[in-house]
Design a protein around this ligand. Structure first.
Ligand SMILES: [Zn+2]
Length: 233
């Protein structure tokens, strides 16, 4: 798939594989497309057998491939790949419930590979824990990976749009920036994280709100506003 191939050229995406799973990894991911997802579901990641995470399948909503912006699809692949990594780590790591992990905030100084290798999942790897980890620590990773594929997935004429919008609740004018767009994109799917609320995501330089995130999603994925045909083969 074109979008996956572009991602695979991202050095950060490659580092994620190499740092975390090195060359001896026996993790294998198969990508599939499904026409039977509801529009609200972009993908699902699941192990191919109940007792092993070595082989996993990431199934993407086929309709989204044709209706969403390629950068949105790239974000979905990044998000689902992180789930696959975390599934694998949990299944193959030591699971010692008497030795609970340090606060993930203690792990902030680690590289991503160290982080994912060292993180003790408290034997309770699940989507909610994954989303907490992603929200608390992996947003910069997702933003970096999206930035690395940005130039190949965003059309030249769309690089510097003059675009204003007026999101609820107060209808104040916002001007579209790709920096904000990519940040909000990385939050997609993390709404259940413990510290995710419309008001607590106050990361410096971003005026964050759920409404703004939703407006960005609608704008980016409107093919009459942005050219979606940068990655069609
Ligand atoms: Zn998820």
């Amino acid at each position: 798939m074109c979008i996956y191939n572009k991602l695979a050229q991202s050095s950060n995406f490659k580092d994620l594989f190499i740092d975390t799973f090195n060359e001896s990894t026996d993790m294998h991911i198969t990508f599939k497309l499904s026409n039977s997802f509801p529009d609200s579901q972009s993908a699902v990641t699941s192990p191919d057998s109940l007792n092993s995470a070595s082989h996993q399948t990431i199934t993407l909503n086929a309709n989204h491939i044709t209706t969403k912006h390629p950068l949105t699809i790239a974000q979905t692949i990044i998000h689902e790949t992180l789930h696959a990594f975390l599934n694998y780590k949990q299944a193959n790591g030591e699971c010692d419930s008497t030795n609970l992990s340090p606060s993930i905030y203690d792990l902030e100084s680690l590289t991503l590979g160290e982080l994912l290798n060292d993180f003790n999942y408290n034997c309770i790897e699940n989507a909610t824990n994954d989303h907490n980890l992603m929200f608390n620590l992996l947003i910069p990773v997702m933003v970096q990976q999206l930035n690395e594929v940005f130039n190949s997935l965003v059309a030249t004429e769309d690089l510097d749009p003059t675009l204003f919008f007026y999101p609820p609740p107060n209808g104040n004018q916002h001007s579209f920036t790709w920096e904000n767009a990519i940040y909000y994109m990385s939050l997609e799917g993390l709404e259940e994280a413990n510290s995710y609320t419309s008001t607590t995501t106050e990361i410096p330089n971003y005026s964050t709100s759920e409404a703004l995130k939703q407006e960005y999603h609608i704008l980016i994925n409107n093919s009459s506003t942005f050219n979606h045909s940068t990655c069609e083969e």
